[in-house]
Design a protein around this ligand. Structure first.
Ligand code: URP
Ligand code: ZN
Ligand code: ZN
Length: 462
């Protein structure tokens, strides 16, 4: 059925105007003033509302075997929550363990998501070891539609790779025209600091930050970017959290390194005092890199406003407080790392970024949608509103007022890191490829309709 969205204020990365949008089949067919509805079309009144391109979360962990457990969402639950929050495309991290073959990992993630995801998706392919056989498999995976790798400079012995593997993985990425996304923390410093803290009797949740201070992240960024410079590979720093790491990234960019930068909404809104909460409550806020001192937040917001940081993701990694975070009650190094946010990212960015004047509406669209589509080769199919693009649209009601809570959220997790926080504005209707998927905060789409998005190689900049 055709959809006609009437009278909304269309906001893209580069334009803002009132018009009607006609969606036929899965794509946008026409944008004009006063379009008459074709026979049988559903007409959606968007007067007084914004119409944004479907938002893109460039960094999620819907399925993640990690630290002796599994992240709690499934592709059914996580992608419905994403859609309710206005996110129509996600990039999940495909992270096979070091003992697994890359192709087996890729097939596992495909099997987990196929027929289950409600929103569209792709993967960043984890390179958690590198040898001749894995290189051959990675070539096949790229042919199957993957344009980005994921590497970890942290998590020694689990997902992390060594320097020879890093060099070889980046060389292959350069040859294939693949962007390498990277978790940057110096894993030796982390494990030595963890050992020293535990030896000094520090088992508490606040010790997590002290085992991974800003300089540890900055060293990881510097390290990655030295290797990127030597190989000429395009890289993308995931979840950058602090000034020190940003300075290293910008210095490399000035040297000519092709580096894009992501931060996540948690670093923009939460700070390290949350991870210091008593009675183990701080465990809810343990992620890596850790939540930082509040002084880093204006720097991150300014870098977004100035186009220095390109994207805002979530690193959505949900672990239940009652049954999973407790694995680290007596030892902070055993707390499963991750803070859920897939459902709340867009609303938090709007309320705490746009409405406070930290970013304008076009920056909001760029950092939460368009730039990720460009960097990861989905643009202009995704990330904008124009004829021919997928009809992924977010009709956003700026008058809505609500409160975030685990009692009402749709993520499959027993706490909300933003419990009780106010939001002003939310998606009132979300379409995915021409089908209404969300109305008034409820999923009304077709479960399992999400598509695996095949991406061509090439490393465009945002
Ligand atoms: O704490 C985090 N970030 N958990 C998820 C895994 C990762 O490092 O991205
Ligand atoms: Zn990470
Ligand atoms: Zn992650």
């Amino acid at each position: 059925m055709a959809l006609l969205i009437k009278g909304g204020e269309i906001v893209t990365a580069s334009s803002r105007y009132v018009a009607d949008i006609l969606c036929e089949g899965e794509t946008i067919s026409r944008i004009d003033t006063d379009i008459s509805p074709p026979a049988g079309a559903e007409v959606i009144d968007a007067a007084g509302k914004f119409v944004f391109p479907g938002f893109i979360d460039p960094h999620t962990h819907i399925y993640l075997p990690f630290m002796g457990t599994f992240s709690k969402d499934t592709y059914e639950t996580g992608t419905k929550a994403a859609l309710i929050g206005g996110t129509t495309t996600i990039f999940d991290m495909c992270c096979p363990g070091r003992s697994e073959e890359p192709m087996d990992g890729f097939q596992t993630w495909r099997a987990q998501s196929e027929g289950r995801a409600a929103c569209d998706y792709s993967f960043h392919m984890g390179v958690t070891k590198f040898d001749e056989s894995s290189a051959a498999q990675l070539r096949e995976i790229v042919k199957a539609g993957i344009q980005s790798f994921k590497i970890f400079l942290a998590y020694k012995g689990a997902l992390g790779i060594d320097d020879a593997e890093l060099f070889q993985a980046l060389s292959l990425a350069k040859e294939l025209g693949v962007v390498t996304t990277a978790h940057c923390e110096n894993e030796t410093l982390v494990s030595e600091l963890q050992r020293a803290l535990l030896a000094a009797g520090r088992t508490d949740t606040a010790a997590h930050h002290d085992s991974r201070p800003p300089r540890v992240e900055a060293e990881g960024v510097h390290h990655l970017l030295t290797f990127a410079e030597m190989t000429g590979a395009a890289v993308y720093i995931v979840h950058l959290s602090c000034r020190e790491a940003l300075e290293e990234a910008l210095a490399a960019r000035l040297r000519g390194v092709n580096v894009s930068i992501e931060t996540v909404v948690q670093y923009l809104t939460l700070d390290k005092t949350y991870a210091e909460l008593p009675d183990f409550e701080g465990a809810k806020y343990v992620m890596s890199p850790p939540l930082r001192d509040k002084k880093h937040q204006p720097i991150l917001w300014n870098a977004l406003a100035q186009g220095l940081i390109n994207t805002v993701g979530t690193d959505h990694a949900p672990f239940d407080f009652k049954t999973q975070k407790t694995m680290g009650r007596d030892d902070f190094t055993k707390i499963p790392n991750g803070i859920p946010a897939i459902e709340d990212r867009v609303n938090l960015l709007y309320t705490y970024g746009v409405l406070t004047g930290k970013i304008d509406l076009s920056t909001f669209v760029k950092i939460a949608s368009t730039n990720a589509a460009k960097i990861f080769n989905l643009y202009p199919r995704k990330g904008t509103i124009q004829p021919g693009a997928d009809a992924d649209l977010v009709i956003f009601d700026p008058e809505y007022e609500g409160i975030l809570s685990a009692k009402t959220h749709h993520m499959n997790i027993d706490y909300n890191a933003f419990e009780g926080w106010k939001i002003h504005g939310r998606p009132s209707l979300v379409t995915l490829r021409g089908e209404v998927a969300v109305r008034d905060g409820q999923f009304v789409g077709t479960p399992g309709r999400g598509q695996f998005l095949q991406r061509k190689t090439g490393t465009p900049k945002a």
